[in-house]
Design a protein around this ligand. Sequence first.
Ligand code: HEC
Length: 99
Amino acid sequence: MRSTKPRHVTLSMLFICLAPTLASPLATASEAKTLHQKHCQRCHDDSIYTRQDPLVLSYSALKQRVKLCDGVAGSHMPEKQLQSVIDYLNERYYKFQRK
Ligand code: HEC
């Protein structure tokens, strides 16, 4: 019985060490989600992306719109973050062919 404790500790240590490595491939999607919540939901919620008469009809229009809204939002995200938000919206809602 006593011997289970050290093994437990070792396992959790291993997990702590692995956690950052495991998190990195997923970072962009979850980071984009957080960025979107932080900067983009002040004026409109997600329903604007699936509305009847969408403003955005292509991947390049989506890029332009996100850049424009980033300016309006005053968030001024660096290119990498902008790109992750663009892809997050595209994968989740618009599903345009990426060009
Ligand atoms: C200051 C208010 C404001 C903020 C903040 C804002 N938006 Fe917008 N956004 C708008 C308005 C207003 C429209 C609709 C424009 C229209 O209908 O002519 C819009 C439309 C859009 C559309 C087009 C929706 C469609 O019809 O297909 C996208 C995509 C979008 N916003 C993304 C974003 C993203 C990403 C962010 C965060 C970086 C963001 N918005 C933050 C005001 C805002």
